[in-house]
Design a binder for this molecule. Structure first.
Ligand SMILES: NC(=O)C1=CN([C@@H]2O[C@H](COP(=O)(O)OP(=O)(O)OC[C@H]3O[C@@H](n4cnc5c(N)ncnc54)[C@H](O)[C@@H]3O)[C@@H](O)[C@H]2O)[C@@H](O)CC1
Length: 492
């Protein structure tokens, strides 16, 4: 899904309204869509408070309150202005909510979250966020920091410039943002990341986004890759074979996490090539070969995709030469991560990178590969890198980026700060390998793997009992199944 400026969004809305779409009905669909995401993200009913400005963004928030109330949530609101100052549609939605409140839902237990809905400002905002909205934004911030409240911004966080993505002083800091119709341009700026949090799209068929505009957000509702059911006669060879060259004496866990990532990512057969003295004990489903000449063995193994690098450690000069030689000769789709990338950087072998390679650096590894690009905004850095080196790039970090040779860019919306822990990248590399082995293009494999791993880590908190602090790479592995289901059923 591409993006629009606030002005373009207004033009899309105007076009829809002039073709007969009812503005009130559109607002209801937006609010219902937002609530659907929230109800799935927070399965246990809690207490929701809507923070209302006087524009239509507040109208969306009231529709959301109405929906949450109908699903057993207790609700409340904080308004910046008296009702007479609200937009007509917002006033109408409030009257409707009022009638619903006089007929309360019987559910009384609300052990779920304290959810603050930011309906102060949407695309009608101009300039910095001002009083009386500013004080309400600060109140939300205070509750978030001291009471564990979760802030959900409607359309965009209030006080964030919708085109430039620059937050003004006192702007809302959201844990999640539910953008309506089409993502607003400012949401993908590096400067917006901490204000926006996890981004969800609430598609509205009446509002058609411009095509061919990059970067593209990868949402299951808009990405063409669908993961159809496997034919009943499917066998493990059809699912794909992955050869993993990973791990070393001091980094044995990386090998296990990566190979298990390939297994849980759907590969039919996973072979892990280890040094004889590597103490790793991968799950029994993984075929483990412990041999001295493991580099040659990994490259000569029958495989639909190979994954190289997690925890590989420093290679001896002859080993490094062998690996680089195979890299230039091999034509199987190849995922290169961690120490494989460090080797390429250290030996300035970037000319070996080719379109059948997917490299998955974190920001530190990227800086070693391209020191001159590391200070640029991430989108720009990724685009320039793939214009220079014709490989696929998955640049990890907040808002993982996927860039194809030539510069087509995708942004991943899933994941959270709890993923900032060792081993998540090893799992991701394995999942990339499995999806490539299953026959997906490297771009789709990278887009899907980033989405699935981020979504699995979200599920570890939402459906498991983990927190941002306790979430580990093993939790991501554990929740991959649910993440696959979410993608297939076009949820989240
Ligand atoms: N039917 C519709 O028109 C739809 C509207 N939608 C929602 O409506 C929103 C846009 O609504 P509006 O155009 O009413 O605009 P807003 O809801 O953004 O509010 C504009 C109001 O805020 C005040 N304001 C502007 N900048 C301010 C600042 N910096 N500090 C304090 N106050 C400020 C303005 O005086 C104006 O009264 C979208 O973002 C979206 O959430 C969506 O539901 C889609 C359908």
């Amino acid at each position: 899904m591409a993006w629009v400026t606030a002005q373009e969004m207004r033009a899309l809305e105007a076009r829809a309204f002039s073709s007969g779409v009812d503005p009130g009905a559109l607002m209801d669909r937006a609010g219902i869509g937002i609530a659907r995401h929230l109800l799935a993200h927070f399965p246990t009913p809690g207490h929701a408070v809507a923070y209302l400005g006087k524009g239509n963004n507040a109208g969306d928030a009231i529709v959301v309150l109405e929906q949450l109330f109908a699903h057993g949530w207790s609700i409340d609101f904080r308004a910046s202005h008296p009702q007479e100052a609200w937009s007509e549609l917002t006033q109408q939605r409030f009257q409707r909510l009022h009638s619903a409140l006089s007929n309360p839902c019987p559910s009384a237990s609300r052990p779920g979250p304290l959810l603050l809905l930011d309906g102060l400002l949407g695309i009608g905002a101009h300039g910095e966020i001002r009083e009386p909205l500013l004080s309400l934004s600060r109140e939300m911030q205070h509750l978030r920091e001291t009471d564990g409240a979760i802030v959900a911004a409607i359309d965009l966080p209030s006080g964030l410039d919708s085109d430039q993505g620059i937050p003004s002083k006192g702007a809302v800091i959201a844990d999640l943002t539910l953008t309506v119709g089409v993502p607003k341009k400012g949401l993908h700026a590096d400067s917006a990341n901490d204000s926006v949090g996890r981004l969800f799209l609430v598609p509205l068929s009446e509002l058609r986004p411009p095509a061919d505009r990059h970067p593209i957000w990868s949402f299951p509702s808009t990405h063409p890759c669908r993961l159809p059911p496997r034919p009943h006669s499917f066998h493990k060879g059809d699912a794909g074979r992955v050869a993993v060259l990973a791990g070393s004496v001091h980094f044995s866990g990386a090998a296990t996490l990566c190979a298990t990532g390939a297994l849980r990512g759907g590969a039919g057969l996973v072979t892990l090539f280890l040094d004889p003295d590597n103490p790793a004990q991968p799950p029994p489903e993984i075929m483990t070969r412990r041999i001295g000449s493991r580099i040659e063995a990994a490259f000569s193994a029958r495989a639909d995709a190979r994954v190289l690098g997690p925890g590989l450690g420093e290679l001896t000069p002859p080993q490094a030469q062998t690996l680089l030689r195979h890299l230039s000769d091999d034509s199987v789709p190849l995922v290169l991560d961690a120490d494989a990338l460090n080797l390429i950087a250290a030996t300035t072998s970037l000319d070996l990178l080719a379109p059948h390679h997917l490299i998955t650096p974190h920001p530190g590894e990227f800086a070693r590969l391209a020191p001159d690009l590391a200070q640029l905004p991430r989108l720009e850095a990724a685009r320039r890198f793939t214009q220079r080196h014709p490989c696929h790039l998955l640049l990890k970090g907040t808002r993982t980026l996927i860039c194809q040779p030539g510069g087509e860019l995708h942004i991943n919306p899933t994941g959270h700060a709890g993923m900032a822990t060792g081993g998540q990248g090893d799992v991701l590399a394995g999942v990339c390998g499995a999806l490539a082995a299953a026959g997906h293009s490297l771009a789709d494999a990278a887009i899907l793997a980033a989405w699935l791993c981020g979504r699995a880590a979200e599920r570890a908190i939402t459906y498991g009992s983990e927190s941002e602090q306790s979430c580990s790479a093993s939790d991501t592995l554990h929740h991959l199944g649910g993440a696959f289901l979410d993608w297939k059923q076009v949820r989240r």
